[in-house]
Write a protein that binds this ligand. Structure first.
Ligand SMILES: C[S@@+](CC[C@H](N)C(=O)[O-])C[C@H]1O[C@@H](n2cnc3c(N)ncnc32)[C@H](O)[C@@H]1O
Length: 275
């Protein structure tokens, strides 16, 4: 079932979404908690470059899952406050984190701006959200809260599945072509037949997961507008593709080096539109 909502906010999916993340958390963390190709080759290097963690930074990690990126930032000397609304994921995060790590975990809904504001005893230098905004039914409250908990000029770096190429409604294909020289070559790509309308639709984030999860598609304009309306501007962006040498049998993202399956965006407060 696909639900279309022009403002890109899907509050009616919020409760079920949390239940599904709790149901999938342990299975997900067993599968990818140690790092998969997406995390190791695409998400983490691009996020590292855009976030530029410095020792002494205080950083908010929104929708931290089992805390893999929170621990990476703490290892670089940052003090991290991390939250997720799945209690199961936060239990995994705590179990995976050394007692003396400079990380505080909270169970909290990114759709609740007041709850996020309660975390900000002091303002954050930076904020990050890795691969979760397309999993969130509502995003406007998150941007609004971030505009108030970041220091002036503070950066918010987020990664998402690339809205143009990698939504729950695209088809991936592999075809055999004959090139000019007469050789047969395999080519992989994506077919996009819907993009402009925000929609919610069930999908498998990892094939075979216990329950399909909700995926919330927002075109770039809607996604960025949520940040612009809260006073952010985009000042950095990467669209990483898989480097050559990682091709695998099947119709896979690793076989499409010229199509970015994710994008990583850095926003900063512009000083316009803030409360
Ligand atoms: C694909 S996981 C990514 C987790 C982690 N950031 C990572 O990169 O491994 C998406 C996460 O978003 C969380 N999430 C979804 N909606 C949320 C919300 N409204 N508030 C807080 N967390 C949410 C889920 O519980 C899940 O942990």
């Amino acid at each position: 079932m696909t639900r279309v909502q022009q403002d890109g906010e899907f509050p009616e999916q919020a409760d079920e979404n949390r239940r599904i993340w709790d149901a999938n958390a342990r299975w997900w963390d067993d599968r990818i908690g140690g790092g998969n190709d997406f995390q190791v080759l695409l998400i983490e290097p691009a996020t590292d470059r855009l976030l530029d963690v410095r020792a002494g930074d205080t950083i908010l990690d929104a929708a931290c899952g089992a805390g893999r990126y929170a621990r990476r930032m703490a290892a670089l000397g940052a003090r991290v406050v991390a939250f997720d609304y799945s209690a199961e994921f936060i239990a995994r995060a705590r179990a995976r984190t050394a007692a003396d790590a400079a990380i505080e975990y909270h169970v909290l809904d990114a759709g609740n701006a007041e709850a996020i504001l309660s975390l900000a005893a002091t303002r954050f230098d930076k904020a990050v959200c890795t691969m979760a905004i397309m999993d969130m039914p509502e995003i406007r409250q998150l941007f609004a809260a971030l505009s108030r908990v970041l220091v002036p000029g503070g950066a918010f770096v987020f990664s998402v599945t690339h809205p143009c190429f990698h939504s729950a409604a695209i088809q991936r294909f592999a075809e055999i072509h004959e090139e000019d020289g007469g050789r047969h070559v395999a080519r992989s790509g994506v077919k996009v037949s819907s993009y402009l309308s925000p929609f919610a639709r069930k999908t498998e984030g990892i094939i075979g997961q216990p329950e399909p999860q909700w995926f919330f598609h927002r075109p770039l304009s809607a996604l960025f507008r949520a940040g612009f309306d809260a006073g952010f501007v985009v000042d950095g962006m990467e669209e990483p593709g898989f480097p050559p040498g990682h091709a695998k049998p099947g119709v896979r993202w690793t076989n499409m080096p010229d199509i970015p399956p994710i994008m990583v965006v850095r926003m900063k407060l512009s000083g316009v539109g803030r409360e």
